[in-house]
Design a protein around this ligand. Structure first.
Ligand code: SER
Length: 583
């Protein structure tokens, strides 16, 4: 039985429309690196915007969670996973939701009711105890002693600090050969959570205030890996049918058995699978030293280090047969995996060739460091040397240090790292003049035009317009901003005129490097302040715009030509999108 197929089939039969997984890398939310839950791409619709596919949806959403990165290597953690989910957007609520879950588990998956237990929200000062859910469970045959009432920590769900939220009911499965205790104890880890039904009827704003949403929603999430392990009766997720071929491929290239080498093999399997998905994503991520690119680099390099531990021949293209198994497993579900197969294999190969050049020497250097330790700490100079000269992500050095019961001077490393970044920024500015930065001339112009557009919107539409996202390619710029109404023709015209006036005035564009604090005090506009390093670049355009930005920008505005808005449309709830060109 294939859980993913059965899940979708069941919910489609019950009036849901299957929607494709959103990309792993969110298109419109630079505050997060990856989608971490099935509901994340659906936030605007949970808040009330009508979804084009209707009010009942289901899918398998690709997710990456990095909070557990250090735990990869154990039996149950993964960086990439698929979350199965069904949603009601203001349609059915608790009763149907619980009935569907119960029927799917007991009738389709044939899980005996004796193995099930549930938790429900015990309530707090704002929200009463969820007796409704408890009663529904009881009506289905779940006895009172198999229902536990828990507080906000366990039974209230929200993605991050603000947004749509609500109490939830979680379903547990007794995963053990022991006799099943009559009373359910959620602290007893033989009971594992398999499904979460969230009743999203509230909105929490940034100040923490809770209000009712205009509609009552259901958001459910079931971790595919865990349920497959339950169904297949194993406690090690990597021994399920999901991982079988990948683990076998690793056994083959390493000429070792899984037994006795579990940790390294799990890390390799997990990290290669996640790397395949990240590099196949439409965002076109390549290994680099920032954001998603850095995560990709870290995963690949950590997999390589563990492959070396297993004695795999580093000169062979050993990652490819493993990656091919991942591709084979998922290409029929996720089109981008099929379409970008060659890109993925290239990324893995290139990054591995790159790291192999320095890996051997770096490991020797690390051993040398062990012989000249000052206390039980790898000092900042050595940690930085491993990073800068040998390409060891700092987390890799930390992991190696831990294996020798050592620590790394992380604070010191960060200081050195930042000082180094300043130097390379200056250097890359020089390089950019020679066109080496990877931004074409036209893209650079669009960057500058983006700042002018942002400033013009603030004048024409209102001071509380803020940038929510931006995307530039050779053909056009796209700009998302907070705004509660469709722009009128007059507003669009005014914005266009203002930008064109500033272009004609040939305003100078200047850059100053300063601390984040200073930048904020000087009133610089910043999209997501917590995302920036402590030292930032602030770009000033005449007296009209001041923004924290990584650049690059043109030196004066009349290089931009003529600015024209080609489209203005809704992007998500409370966010509008402008597409514009320079002619
Ligand atoms: N949002 C909930 C979760 O991620 C249910 O989908 O667990």
């Amino acid at each position: 039985m294939n859980l993913k197929d059965e899940f979708i089939k069941y919910f489609v039969e019950h009036g849901h429309v299957e929607i494709p997984s959103a990309p792993l890398i969110p298109e419109n939310d630079p505050t997060v690196l990856f989608n971490t839950a099935g509901m994340q791409p659906l936030i605007p619709y949970l808040l009330g915007e009508p979804h084009p596919k209707g009010k009942r949806l289901c899918d398998a959403q690709k997710c990456v969670r990095l909070t557990d990165l250090d735990e990869i290597g154990d039996k149950t953690h993964h960086t990439f996973f698929e979350m199965l989910g069904n949603w009601s957007l203001g349609d059915y609520f608790k009763k149907e939701s619980i009935h569907y879950s119960f029927e799917f588990l007991t009738k389709i998956l044939n899980i005996p009711i004796e193995r099930l237990a549930v938790t429900v929200f015990e309530g707090n000062n704002d929200i009463p105890r969820d007796d409704t859910s408890a009663e529904i469970w009881k009506s289905l045959g779940i006895p009172e002693e198999r229902i536990a009432y828990l507080g906000v920590e366990d039974n209230f769900w929200i993605a991050g600090d603000s947004g749509p939220c609500g109490g939830d009911t979680e379903i547990f499965y007794f995963r053990s050969k022991d006799e099943i205790p009559a009373k359910f104890d959620p602290e007893d880890d033989r009971w594992v959570e398999i499904w979460n039904n969230v009743f999203m009827e509230f909105h929490k704003d940034e100040s923490g205030k809770i209000t009712e949403l205009s509609q009552k929603n259901v958001d459910t999430g079931m971790g595919l890996e865990r349920v497959v392990a339950v169904l297949e009766g194993v406690t090690d997720n990597y021994q399920t049918s999901i991982w079988k071929e990948m683990i076998e491929a690793i056994e083959k290239v390493s000429k070792k058995t899984y037994e006795g080498n579990e940790i390294s093999m799990r890390i390799i399997a997990d990290h290669i699978r996640t790397s395949v998905f990240i590099s196949a994503d439409p965002a076109g991520i390549k290994p680099s030293n920032t954001d998603q690119g850095y995560i990709l680099r870290r995963l690949i390099r950590r997999a390589i280090r563990h492959a070396k531990k297993l004695g795999i021949d580093m000169t062979a293209n050993w990652m490819e047969p493993i990656a091919l198994e991942v591709i084979k497993k998922y290409e029929n579900y996720y089109k981008e995996i099929k379409d970008n197969k060659e890109v993925v294999l290239e990324v893995l190969k290139n990054e591995s060739v790159k790291f192999n050049r320095t890996l051997e020497k770096g490991l020797k250097e690390f051993d040398k460091m062990l012989n000249h330790l000052n206390g039980n700490i790898i000092d900042k100079d050595n940690a930085f040397k491993l990073y800068d000269t040998y390409g060891f992500p700092i987390e890799l050095t930390e992991e190696m240090a831990k294996e020798h019961n050592l620590k790394v001077d992380m604070e010191g490393f960060k200081e050195k790292f930042q000082a180094h970044q300043e130097l390379s920024r200056t250097a890359s500015k020089g390089k950019f003049k020679g066109g080496l930065m990877g931004h074409s001339e036209i893209e650079t112009k669009y960057h500058t035009a983006t700042h002018l557009l942002n400033a013009a919107l603030k004048i024409v539409v209102g001071k509380d317009v803020h940038q929510k996202g931006s995307n530039i390619n050779e053909e056009r710029m796209r700009f998302d901003f907070s705004c509660d109404h469709k722009l009128s023709d007059e507003e669009k015209q005014k914005v266009e005129d203002l930008v064109n006036t500033w272009i004609k005035e040939d305003l100078p564009v200047t850059m100053t490097t300063m601390s984040k604090e200073e930048a904020i005090q000087s009133g610089a506009e910043a999209m997501f302040i917590e995302k920036y390093a402590d030292i930032v670049n602030v770009y000033k355009i005449g007296e009209v715009s001041l923004e924290i930005c990584g650049g690059p920008h043109v030196e004066h505005t009349n290089l931009l030509g003529h600015f024209k808005i080609t489209k203005e449309e809704a992007s998500s709830a409370g966010v509008r999108r402008i597409k514009a060109i320079l002619e």
